[in-house]
Design a protein around this ligand. Structure first.
Ligand SMILES: [Zn+2]
Length: 290
């Protein structure tokens, strides 16, 4: 059984001529069938930084009701919602979503510092309601989307300490470039190539904080484990309890090299059977209680 920890039902077209077929629930199921993905976590996207067409919690819930054996819903909230204040009460909204079946909150794409009081307010309510949080990490505030942190992730570490009850699932380039100790301002927002230098902040934080997990989806997660295969396979074995398989399906034409990487890795004996099972299925089941 393969559970994809990160997909979208969305129209993520950002320019007029971009050829990206929107992901409808039906097209998503078809793509999952083609790729051999049994179930998927569907993440709404609600912050305006991300695109023109939000992917609402209501749409995601509706799709998950239609395909209850295939789709698992998350809900989402912009930390600035309903007043742009650090003390907005999010409990009742999150309770409503939780009762409707949502298993977590994300993908958080608001472009605020990850330790901004408004973001911490959202984390506080996630802690109260025991909802895991999946976040897109960005390098800066302005010109991008995603929660922002500086190089070497000092703000993320503060947040991990401040909210030990919250399960944080890290995603995107600014997170995964820190798999290596050699990271610089020029490439940390992209897909740095070449050998991984031991001692990166991501492995350090994964080791130190039981509440941090890594989302291997998208070009960022895939690049992190494939840029230096020797290190990549070692990393998967070492952190087999802290990593989640995912693709980040955003449009129908999208290639999903992650699926092949894991299936071939298992077949060729580069990934142990136990690690494969944990990362592609068991870890997320345990985290979400599904
Ligand atoms: Zn995504």
């Amino acid at each position: 059984m393969i559970i994809d920890g990160h997909v979208h039902i969305a129209r993520l077209q950002t320019t007029k001529n971009e050829k990206r077929t929107p992901v409808t629930p039906e097209k998503l199921i078809k793509k999952m069938d083609e790729e051999g993905i049994d179930k998927a976590i569907v993440l709404p996207i609600v912050s305006p930084e991300t695109g023109f067409f939000p992917s609402t919690c209501q749409e995601v819930l509706k799709a998950s009701k239609k395909y209850p054996d295939r789709l698992i819903p998350f809900c989402n909230l912009d930390p600035r919602a309903a007043g742009n204040k650090p003390d907005t009460d999010f409990s009742w909204v999150l309770e409503e979503y939780k009762e409707a079946g949502c298993k977590g909150v994300g993908e958080i794409t608001a472009n605020l510092y990850i330790d901004d009081p408004r973001v911490k307010n959202l984390f506080y309510y996630c802690s109260k309601l025991k909802l895991p949080v999946l976040f897109h990490l960005a390098t800066k505030v302005g010109g991008v989307y995603g929660l922002a942190d500086s190089i070497h992730l000092p703000r993320l570490e503060k947040v991990l300490q401040e909210f030990p009850e919250v399960i944080f699932i890290g995603h995107a380039m600014a997170f995964w470039s820190e798999i290596s100790a050699k990271v610089d301002e020029k490439t940390r927002g992209g897909y740095p190539k070449g050998p991984v230098k031991e001692g990166g902040r991501v492995p350090e934080l994964l080791k130190k904080y039981p509440n941090l997990y890594g989302d291997l989806s998208a070009g960022s997660g895939y690049n992190a484990i494939s840029r230096d295969p020797h290190y990549g396979y070692k990393f998967l074995e070492e952190f087999q309890d802290k990593l989640l398989f995912g693709t980040d399906i955003c449009f129908i034409e999208q290639e999903l090299p992650q699926v092949k990487f894991f299936k071939e890795g298992l077949k060729k004996g580069k990934i142990s059977k136990q690690t494969y099972k944990k990362i592609t299925c068991e870890n997320i089941k345990k985290l979400l209680g599904i």
